[in-house]
Design a protein around this ligand. Structure first.
Ligand code: E4P
Length: 217
């Protein structure tokens, strides 16, 4: 499973990248706003840190304007994935942009039928939003096996990018089902490494090592 960081915070991206845990980045207009930086400038910096796909989202809603924005974003770096919303205009833009050889991430997906349309439009990634479905008292994770089955039934090559991931349990469930990628805030990615028994066990080993005077280098 590939790990993307869902953030426009370059320090956090750098830290995860140095850990060797990062396969890409996703951003959206809200995350850009949170960064307080210009979209082009911050996206360019992210692309200089991460070699994998970096999703940058259009803000236009009509196909022609989405294409203009998407082409500008794609000029930032070769690893840009243009993010378009799952609307009819967005699907049209997806088809054109992927036809030009650009990566496209179709975002704001909340149903299996929407995911089917994105695959038919040639999307590189489909982003089902798990947490936001949970927010309205549905089980967002139900969407992942549905999309997995539909894509496998027809051999669609669109990668399932589990998005709006809010917890380590979301990550585990998405991985068990077979999502190709998950994108999560850096805090969730780092939390995957923690376990109270790991901390307790390490304390014990370090104490015994000190008692025994163990020195290795
Ligand atoms: C995905 O690409 C989105 O940026 C993101 O996962 C949305 O997450 P949220 O619902 O926690 O805002």
């Amino acid at each position: 499973m590939k790990f993307f960081a869902d953030t426009a915070d370059v320090d956090a991206i750098r830290e995860l990248n140095e850990l060797g845990l990062l396969d890409g980045v996703t951003t959206n207009p809200s995350l850009i706003k949170k960064s307080g930086r210009d979209i082009i400038e911050v996206t360019r910096e992210i692309c200089s840190i991460v070699g994998g796909p970096v999703s940058a989202e259009v803000v236009a809603t009509e196909t022609g304007a989405m294409l203009a924005e998407g082409r500008l974003l794609a000029e930032i770096a070769p690893n840009i994935a243009v993010k378009v919303p799952l609307t009819l205009d967005g699907l049209k833009a997806c088809k054109v942009l992927t036809g030009e050889g650009k990566m496209v991430n179709v975002t704001l997906c909340f149903s299996a039928n929407q995911a089917l349309l994105a695959a038919k439009a040639g999307a590189t990634f489909i982003s089902p939003f798990i947490g936001r479905l949970d927010d309205i008292h549905l089980d967002g994770m139900d969407l992942i096996p549905e999309i997995r089955q539909i894509y496998d039934n027809y051999g669609f090559e669109t990668d399932i990018l589990a998005a709006s991931i809010r917890s380590v349990n979301h990550v585990k469930a998405a991985a068990l089902i077979g999502a190709d990628v998950m994108t999560a805030p850096p805090s969730v990615i780092k939390a995957l490494a923690t376990h109270p028994l790991t901390d307790k066990g390490l304390d014990g080993f370090l104490k015994d090592a000190a008692d025994a005077g163990i020195k290795i280098a």
